[in-house]
Design a protein around this ligand. Structure first.
Ligand SMILES: [Ca+2]
Length: 288
């Protein structure tokens, strides 16, 4: 009888210990993250061939542009395995394959990939293929066409309170459209020690930037805020100066009535356009 009770107590203690160990492991998993371990799903694109890519989502600024040739292809010169992921954008666009990744605050990360740029024609000088983090200024150099696979490495640091980020394999950037074809392979996103980062390499902030008026889901939607008082004052001052200059220059060639009608029409068009065309919060709001 006594020995049975001893056995029951032993089983109870054993179960409690196992429960304690499991709870400790769960607690550690929530606040810690292994070092030098690739945190990405399907980093070598070996899961399948085609447009549906496990772990990755194709996102484009102009979502209506053709994307039929984007996806995983078999490539004889793949740096890793048999397959590579390609973006083929015949139109100027900001095209990217993205994947959300959990991060921990105040930690260092290394984002790297092998990249082969077959074609790249930026709309402006500053664009090309790159690695970047969505809604941040953490972006690699812009790569232009080269007949070889290039290795791109990017280091960043999270801010307090950060729990996730979104990596992007990209052709183009915010306000930096690009068209062309680029392939990626052997992608890696790992947490690293600061001591592992070379001293001459910049460590970029992984903190997301905010949009003043746009929500998380409509950050690419133009915002209409109406006419502000300072815009009205500046526009009125500008047109008064123009009116004065025009009157002095053309008072002998145009009838005064036609002259005032033309300037009044210009003022109305200017004010109407400042409401209808506002641009984006991340750009210079030139017109208003
Ligand atoms: Ca591969």
């Amino acid at each position: 009888m006594f020995s049975e009770r001893i056995d029951s107590v032993k089983k109870l203690i054993g179960s409690a210990l196992i429960l304690l160990i499991l709870l400790s492991l769960c607690a550690c998993g929530g606040t810690d993250q292994p070092l030098n371990e690739n945190l990405l799903v399907n980093p070598g694109f070996e899961s399948e061939i085609g447009g549906s890519v496990t772990g990755w989502t194709l996102e484009r600024y102009d979502a209506a542009a053709p994307a039929d040739d984007c996806g995983v292809l078999a490539a004889s010169d793949a740096p890793e395995g048999q397959n590579v992921l390609c973006i083929d954008s015949p139109n100027y666009n900001d095209s990217r394959y993205i994947q959300k990744v959990d991060v921990v605050p105040n930690a260092y990360y290394c984002f790297s990939a092998r990249v082969k740029v077959l074609e790249a024609e930026p709309r402006d000088a500053q664009s090309g293929a790159n690695l970047s983090l969505i809604q941040t200024y953490c972006v690699s150099e812009y790569l232009l066409p080269a007949d070889r696979w290039q290795t791109v490495v990017l280091y960043g640091k999270t801010e307090s309170g950060m729990k996730e980020t979104t990596v992007a394999l990209r052709l183009g950037y915010y306000s930096a459209d690009c068209r062309g074809k680029v392939c990626f392979d052997d992608v890696s996103f790992t947490r690293v020690e600061k001591s592992a980062i070379p001293e001459d390499v910049p460590i970029l902030s992984m903190a997301p930037f905010t949009f003043e008026s746009a929500g998380e889901d409509d950050k690419n939607t133009p915002t209409v805020t109406g006419i502000e008082i300072n815009v009205l004052v500046r526009a009125a001052a500008y047109f008064l100066l123009l009116l004065l200059a025009g009157f002095l220059l053309f008072r002998h060639t145009l009838s005064s009535k036609l002259f005032y009608i033309l300037f009044a029409a210009a003022l109305v068009i200017r004010l109407a356009a400042s409401v209808l065309y506002t641009g984006f919060q991340v750009d210079i709001n030139c017109f208003a």
